[in-house]
Design a protein around this ligand. Structure first.
Ligand code: 2AM
Ligand code: CA
Ligand code: CA
Ligand code: CA
Length: 254
């Protein structure tokens, strides 16, 4: 299955790259900065057509095209974020990813994050027992603490200091705002960021969390509880050391 999924991702990416010079059809979703383009919708439809030909019984949970309500707990469910970082895609034509995850009866089996412009594919999970960066097996990153690295954050959380985001950020070497959840989760897998704090929907964290789990990296909701896979929610993913510090910090300050 993983070989097929990788081939769909590369084919989808070729289509996206072939259209990079074309005018986009851009629509607003919840507001001025929450956008969807024809490329988001077409990329999801393309991936869904490949999935349906491969496994007609599989279910789809995808951000676009009205497929965003499917539960992940029964049968095989493909979770798709066709373009993660749409605002970057529109404004920069880079710093966006294609993400796919596979759940079987609620258990994450495979995750894929592809940084299209940098040609960097991160993929793996329990189904293959490993995580790969292109063809190279990835080792777990160093278990660094807050003071020893950079943290990724959603800017609104930081600005409004939700769940002590500013105090947490101030203990790190620096806060980064990449505008693309997939890139932040890749950074944790690679060890170039010690964590990521954001407000995310299931398709934003599905692929990345499967690979994090495979490498022994924790992720959770605001109070350390499991993610709900329903709607948008507070997300923390980090090294074990940083996760412990954030949880202890929350208890101290309450
Ligand atoms: P998207 O580009 O697929 O929508 C931007 O901070 C990151 O958060 C992106 O990965 C973006 O995914 C995600 N995100 C989740 N919900 C969002 C929302 N309502 N508005 C903008 N970005 C959102
Ligand atoms: Ca979106
Ligand atoms: Ca997304
Ligand atoms: Ca998206």
């Amino acid at each position: 299955m993983e070989k097929e999924i990788i081939s769909w991702i590369y084919e989808a990416a070729e289509r996206v790259k072939a259209g990079l010079g074309d005018a986009l059809k851009v629509d607003q979703k919840s507001g001025r900065t929450d956008l969807v383009t024809n490329v988001d919708k077409e990329t999801q439809a393309f991936i869904v057509s490949k999935i349906t030909a491969f496994d007609p019984a599989a279910k789809i949970l995808g951000e676009e095209n009205g497929q965003d309500q499917t539960p992940i707990d029964q049968g095989r469910v493909f979770v798709i974020d066709p373009i993660d970082g749409t605002l970057n895609f529109v404004m920069q034509r880079e710093n966006f990813c294609i993400m796919i995850a596979v759940y079987e009866n609620g258990v994450g089996q495979l995750g894929f994050i592809y940084d299209v412009i940098r040609d960097e594919l991160f993929w793996g999970g329990p189904k293959v027992g490993k995580v790969f960066y292109n063809n190279e097996e990835l080792s777990p990153p160093e278990n660094r603490s807050l003071g020893e690295g950079l943290i990724g954050m959603n800017l609104a959380l930081y600005r409004k200091n939700i769940n002590h985001a500013q105090e947490i950020g101030n203990q790190t070497m620096g806060v980064r705002v990449l505008g693309c959840a997939g890139l932040d989760l890749i950074a944790i897998l690679k060890g170039t960021q010690i964590g990521y704090i954001s407000m995310l929907s299931p398709w934003d964290y599905a692929a990345g969390s499967i690979m994090m789990k495979q490498l022994g990296l924790p992720f959770s909701g605001a109070e350390g509880q499991p993610l709900s896979f329903q709607g948008r929610e507070f997300f923390i993913g980090a090294t074990s050391a940083v996760m412990n510090q954030i949880q202890a910090f929350d208890k101290e300050k309450h």
